[in-house]
Unconditional design. Structure first.
Length: 307
């Protein structure tokens, strides 16, 4: 049977142009259908409805969450998009989706994992504590998560333009993969603030991400913030942790240096005063120099009060 004529794709346009005309019972039938393309069409209709009035989609939340584990990639993607449109108003309804959303961060297709990441980012704002139990999986995303490989430059000069076009074509996927890792890293910052010991157990793995200079700068900066929370809570060997922060005062990436400075201030690391003075005199970035100077001053004042 030719299924391609059976999916009522016209409903997708109707949901955008005249959402009140959509019969919710018809959507329910689509989501219950055995054919994946019809289920996906139902999800696409829900995207239109959720954009107009999230409340109309509430009765379908459980069905949408079930579709996150569909073998059909577009359905996983559209399910995540529906939840993205719901989570701000109904985070308690989306919360049960967290385990599958975290699992979808390793989806083979960049846009599918990116859509899961967008939902996670919004859910984190509402219920950050819900991600504590998923810390290991999030750290694994940073270490082993899927990336987009750049095609190797050709030896043949006549193929260089073709290679350039291939790289340009992949730019959106590079950006989506980077954003997915940033979300995972930022969620872990929230986890470390609440349960630093959970992240402290994986410090060596987090250090490997931090030491990778090819990693996304904002991911490496987030790792510094995670280390900061561990240091502040004395959740690990404090001298070793603070040494890592001091070591990254001369990092090649400005955002990492700046976050390392702030981390040393928040953790009240008196041993960082002299290294910070050096940064204040020599860092190539004026804002970083000012931040280092202010942090060193504050640490000296705090040390004097303690004495």
């Amino acid at each position: 049977m030719d299924h391609t004529t059976e999916a009522p794709v016209h409903l997708v346009d109707t949901a955008k142009s005249d959402p009140d005309a959509i019969d919710l019972e018809e959507i329910e039938a689509l989501l219950d259908d055995d054919w994946e393309e019809r289920r996906n069409t139902g999800l696409k209709v829900l995207v239109g409805l959720a954009a107009d009035d999230p409340e109309r989609v509430v009765p379908f939340v459980d069905d949408v969450i079930d579709c996150l584990s569909e073998s059909y990639g577009p359905a996983r993607s559209h399910a995540a998009l529906v939840l993205t449109l719901l989570v701000e108003d109904y985070p308690e309804l989306v919360e049960p989706a967290i385990p599958q959303l975290v699992d979808n961060l390793t989806d083979e297709t960049p846009i599918y994992r990116y859509r899961a990441a967008r939902t996670i980012a919004l859910q984190t704002e509402a219920t950050p504590e819900s991600f504590v139990e998923h810390a290991d999986d999030l750290i694994d995303v940073l270490i082993d998560g899927p990336t987009v490989s750049k095609p190797a430059p050709p030896d043949d000069p006549s193929r260089r333009e073709q290679h350039k076009g291939q790289v340009e074509h992949l730019q959106p996927d590079f950006a989506r993969s980077a954003a997915t890792k940033e979300v995972a890293a930022n969620v872990l910052v929230e986890v470390a603030e609440r349960e630093p010991s959970v992240c402290a157990e994986r410090l060596s793995d987090l250090y490997s991400v931090l030491e990778n200079e090819d990693e996304v700068p904002l991911v490496r900066g987030a790792i510094v913030d995670i280390v900061k929370h561990i240091a502040m809570a004395d959740a690990a060997d404090s001298p070793a942790v603070t040494d890592v922060l001091i070591d990254h005062l001369d990092d090649d990436t400005t955002v990492v240096r700046a976050r390392a400075i702030r981390a040393l201030g928040f953790a009240e690391v008196a041993d960082a005063i002299e290294p910070l003075r050096t940064v204040a005199e020599s860092d190539p970035d004026e804002d970083v120099r000012d931040l280092a100077s202010e942090t060193a001053d504050w640490l000296e004042t705090a040390a004097d009060r303690t004495d």
